[in-house]
Design a protein around this ligand. Structure first.
Ligand SMILES: [Zn+2]
Ligand SMILES: [Zn+2]
Length: 1007
């Protein structure tokens, strides 16, 4: 036999699938040949349409972890699929560089405790320098992780939120808001982080709920004009009693006066019993019931009037320290009597504002009480809790105190408990455009209902957006105020600013603090000097401006609203929200800047716990991808669960099913390549069309081709609607079951011969596999780009030099109706059911699948019989029997020792398990052949290599006798010139390998 090799697949596909090695080489290929850049150029030049995309910019204050990567994998998947479908996608990177997250990271690095120390010790100029350094440090980390992950983003056209040109465009949004009176100064209660010393937006508050401990106290407030009569009040923030101004009741609810010892207590009627129980009061008597509104105007004695002098002054106001009626009072918990501190609560603030009650906020920037708070002055707000409790106890007003554990908003960056403070801030009055915002959001495709409802219900709250931050590293608020007449002006560009500035700025001028604060303007009204409001912007405003700020004006017209965005579920309160609000303000339309938004779930650890630094279970991408394959990780993240579900990431699972699936795809290619090379398969000549015209295609091939059309259709559909877990399961099913477990076993034996008479048939099988595996490689590309590129380069491009340079330049497969054959698929379905019955009968009889048997009888209706008869060749091969009989009715009596029965739906099989000497001999031969095949593989022989000889020794004499007639068959099967049998190993000198055959030792050697 002359063996000719056109190419040697050993050079291209190593014996085992080693994804990390392969990924290294493919990465080099992409970079050397600039494949991502060429893909952009290709789609810019020829495309079916343009799809706008804008990146949800990662904040450069930390490294990429698995939660980020889950989203990046989905983004990259979408990009690669759309590119193959012929779309030009603006898949440009973006980096969020400013704001509190970056500042805190730098504070930590500089060892600064708080803002005050920062400004004194470090100063703004150096601090800004450090922030930029930090941003660059994390940028390199992110690029390195993205590179390993195989991201095809456009980094050359990335946007950076701290660049002047970006900030200028961000100012354009503010200008539009300013013109529409949607931006302005206000006194309002905002969440304030005492550590970061800045206010947070409503959206930010929602990002940081944590379980915290707080005191829970019940206390009394004495009615001024009555003997021993008290309101019963509950709070978890005792310090707010210092700023208490009113108590509120629900006007329509029933309130009771209750006799307790010699006192009268007032609280809501429906809470009397539980409260008395709670306070351990057994003797009490209901005196009187009245409506809340009847209590209105009652004056109570403010307990700290002697130690907080300012409160004595405020007490002069007719409404201060009286009962007011408010609908927001909840009478189903606590006592239904709520004390109001307008300086420390939003509802309280609004209640005071509508009654013209002064707002009393005796706090400095570190959230400590000022001298206005008398005896409490100098204490940090939350530290005053215990002092307040002490004072109440000494005054005999405290009824109970305990500790409660509850969910409470904390700072999403520093984790400090937030405090609500009335402050002067700048707001976007987004509440005024809420109808438009909600309408715009309703027209977006969210793919899944859960995240959609979550997002819409958040938007419907429609609170104003507190935009100002008392920080340093951020986009400056471009509002200047006249010191003389108070007039305000908004400057919307650097050019305008420099033109209007009273002095020429320094060389290193940039649109940041402190440089921008040094510029003063001349008031156009009175000629006075205008100074900038010292705030910077909420960093969520930076990223929210990206659709306009990251594109040129022409690009904005073309690409926005963008086609498709992906971010984590917490971005409902973050980026998805700020994008929407800013776009509605910018355009004045009820239009969203995105048409579709996929929110994906969190990644948890293998036990389902949240990943956190304190638990030490955060998975960072750079180290993870040092040790694991990116393709396997990508496949795993998409395959394990729905994108909206939280995912429990278990690194041990990577090496299981995901690796197996990709490994099977790899080995199928190896199988094709080895055989195809041997028979000089030429894909340009031996096409499906050629095979068809030669009548060389058989029903298994047509079936596989039909299955492929279905897979293409279904996988594409599932990917389009972001049901990635179903798409990847279908890929898995197709590779592992359809090709590897069903098709290959049917055709394998046809490929083993090298008779020239059947060459065309073998070439037809290669043509089928070539077509199917190639299309499958395309379908895998968005999920496992490395493996797809590797197969493309090492298999397809090896045998067909006319193909494009990269798999990414190929077209996405489309189902071909001509190749679809539903009847044939149905017949195969029946065949597979029947074969699995044969397997279960074999299992019951403990007969291996590779032992040939004489006969199987199928009991089934005519229609089923016909389907099976059409596929009889495949049936014989899979069932490994010599003959099949078909009957309609099951035989009356059968010998139970000889016939093994298996029952299925609408059919049954009877397997004849009797074996004569010739079947036994063939069985022994198959068993031995399998061991020789395994040894060939271990020793590194190619399946196409012809061995000089195979030696078998110390087989028992009975087996030897049975085997003798099959030695020629065996030689053909294991591809050797001759098989030699020996009684003893010593009969010939050879490298013996010990093997086990049904529990007995046998020795095999290869020359
Ligand atoms: Zn904070
Ligand atoms: Zn002025």
């Amino acid at each position: 036999m002359a063996v000719k090799f056109k190419a040697d697949s050993r050079r291209w596909l190593t014996q085992s699938y080693n994804p990390r090695e392969l990924e290294k080489e493919i990465r080099k290929f992409w970079e050397t040949n600039q494949i991502p850049q060429k893909l952009i150029k290709l789609r810019e030049k020829t495309n079916v349409d343009i799809l706008g995309y804008v990146e949800g910019p990662p904040t450069l204050n930390g490294v990429q972890h698995i939660g980020h990567a889950r989203g990046r994998v989905m983004k990259d998947l979408r990009y690669r699929m759309k590119a193959m479908q012929g779309f030009y996608v603006t898949f440009r990177a973006g980096w969020d560089c400013q704001g509190l997250p970056v500042e805190l990271e730098v504070e930590k690095a500089l060892g600064v405790k708080n803002k005050k120390e920062l400004l004194e010790r470090v100063g703004e100029e150096r601090f800004v320098e450090e922030c930029k350094k930090t941003v660059m440090k994390y940028y390199r980390e992110w690029r390195s992780a993205d590179r390993k992950l195989g991201m095809f983003m456009d980094y050359d056209k990335a946007y950076w939120t701290y660049f002047d040109k970006y900030i200028e465009k961000e100012w354009q949004y503010l200008k539009r808001a300013w013109e529409q009176n949607l931006l302005g100064e206000g006194y309002y209660v905002v969440a304030y982080c005492p550590h970061c010393q800045t206010s947070l937006s409503n959206a930010e508050v929602g990002l940081g709920y944590e379980e915290v401990e707080d005191p829970s106290i019940y206390f009394k407030l004495k009615v001024r004009e009555a003997e021993n009569e008290y309101f019963i009040v509950w709070t978890t923030m005792p310090f707010t009693i210092v700023t208490d101004m009113m108590i509120a009741v629900h006007p329509e609810a029933e309130y009771a006066k209750v006799k307790v010892n010699d006192e009268t207590w007032v609280l809501t009627k429906e809470r009397v019993e539980p409260i008395m129980q709670k306070l351990n009061m057994k003797d009490y008597k209901l005196l009187e019931v009245m409506l809340g509104k009847e209590l209105k105007g009652i004056k109570y004695e403010y307990p700290f009037i002697d130690i907080v002098p300012k409160q004595r002054e405020l007490d002069e106001h007719p409404l201060v320290h009286t009962v007011v009626c408010e609908d927001f009072v909840d009478i189903s918990t606590a006592t239904g009597v709520v004390h109001l501190s307008p300086g420390n609560g939003e509802d309280d603030f609004l209640a005071a504002q509508k009654r013209d009650i002064p707002i009393y906020v005796p706090f400095d920037n570190e959230c400590r009480f000022t001298t206005e708070a008398g005896e409490f002055s100098g204490l940090f707000a939350r530290d005053a809790d215990s002092k307040v409790v002490d004072k109440l106890r000494k005054m005999g007003l405290l009824l109970s105190v305990e500790t409660v554990c509850h969910e409470y908003p904390t700072c999403w960056r520093s984790h400090h408990k937030l405090v609500w403070l009335a402050r002067r801030e700048y707001f976007l009055w987004t509440d005024r455009v809420n109808t438009k915002v909600v309408k715009a959001a309703e027209n977006v495709n969210y793919f899944f209902d859960g995240p959609k409802n979550r997002f819409l219900s958040f938007l419907k709250e429609g609170k104003p957006w507190c935009l100002s931050r008392e920080r340093v590293w951020g986009a400056p608020l471009p509002i200047w105020v006249c010191e003389k007449c108070g007039d305000k002006t908004l400057v919307a560009s650097k050019k305008e600013l420099l033109e209007r500035a009273l002095e020429t700025p320094s060389q290193d001028f940039e649109l940041h603090k402190p440089w921008v604060d040094r510029l003063t303007l001349k008031c156009e009204k009175c000629g006075g000097e205008m100074k900038r409001e010292p705030f910077v912007l909420d960093c969520w405003h930076d990223s929210g401006a990206s659709p306009y700020a990251s594109f040129t004006d022409e690009e904005f017209e073309k690409y926005v609203p963008v086609n498709f965005l992906v971010e984590a579920i917490d971005q409902t309160r973050g980026w998805a929200n700020s994008l929407l609000l800013e776009h509605v303000i910018l355009t004045g339309k009820a239009e969203s800047p995105y048409k579709a938004f996929l929110f994906y779930g969190f990644v948890l650890d293998e036990k389902g716990r949240k990943m956190s630094k304190s638990l030490g279970n955060v998975i960072e991408m750079n180290p993870l991808l040092e040790r694991n394959s990116a393709d396997v990780c990508r496949f795993y993240m998409l395959w394990k669960c729905s994108p909206t579900d939280s995912m429990n990431f278990d690194t041990r699972e990577l090496s299981k099913r995901p690796y197996q699936v990709l490994g099977t795809l790899y080995h199928l290619h190896r199988f094709l390549m080895q055989n195809a090379e041997y028979d000089n398969f030429n894909p340009q000549q031996h096409t499906l069309k050629w095979a068809n015209e030669n009548n060389s295609l058989k029903s298994p091939d047509r079936w596989l081709l039909s299955k492929l059309q279905r897979a293409v259709r279904e996988i594409t559909e599932k990917l389009e609607v972001c049901e990635f877990q179903f798409a990847t399961s279908k890929l898995e099913e197709f590779v592992v079951n359809v090709i590897s477990r069903q098709y290959i076993p049917i055709v394998r034996r046809e490929l083993w011969t090298d008779a020239p008479g059947t060459l065309n048939r073998r070439l037809a099988v290669y043509a089928t596999l070539w077509h199917v595996l190639k299309n499958l490689t395309f379908l895998f590309n968005p999920v496992t780009p490395y493996l797809s590129e590797a197969m493309y380069q090492r298999v397809y491009k090896q045998l067909d030099k006319t193909l494009p340079e990269s798999v990414n330049f190929e077209d996405w497969p489309k189902p071909d109706k001509i190749l679809q054959d539903d009847v044939l698929e149905q017949e195969f379905e029946t065949l597979m059911q029947c074969v699995s019955l044969v397997y279960s009968a074999r299992q019951n009889a403990q007969l291996k699948r590779r032992w040939p048997l004489q006969k199987v009888v199928v009991v089934a209706p005519k229609k089923v019989q016909n389907a099976l008869k059409n596929l009889e060749e495949a049936f014989l091969e899979l069932a490994n029997v010599k003959k099949i009989d078909y009957v309609e009715d099951s035989p009356e009596e059968t010998d139970e020792k000889r016939w093994f029965l298996a029952l299925g739906e609408g059919m049954q099989v009877l397997l004849d398990i009797s074996r004569d000497e010739s079947l036994l001999g063939e069985g022994v031969m198959r068993d031995l052949a399998r061991r020789v095949q395994a040894l060939r593989k271990e020793l590194g022989f190619m399946p196409t290599d012809i061995l000089n000889g195979v030696h078998v020794a110390e087989l028992d004499s009975e087996s030897m006798r049975l085997l003798k007639p099959y030695l020629t068959d065996m030689a053909e099967l294991v591809r050797t010139k001759k098989v030699h049998l020996h009684k003893k190993r010593s009969e010939v000198k050879a490298e013996w390998n010990e093997r086990r055959l049904d529990g007995k030792k046998v020795y095999v050697a290869i020359e």
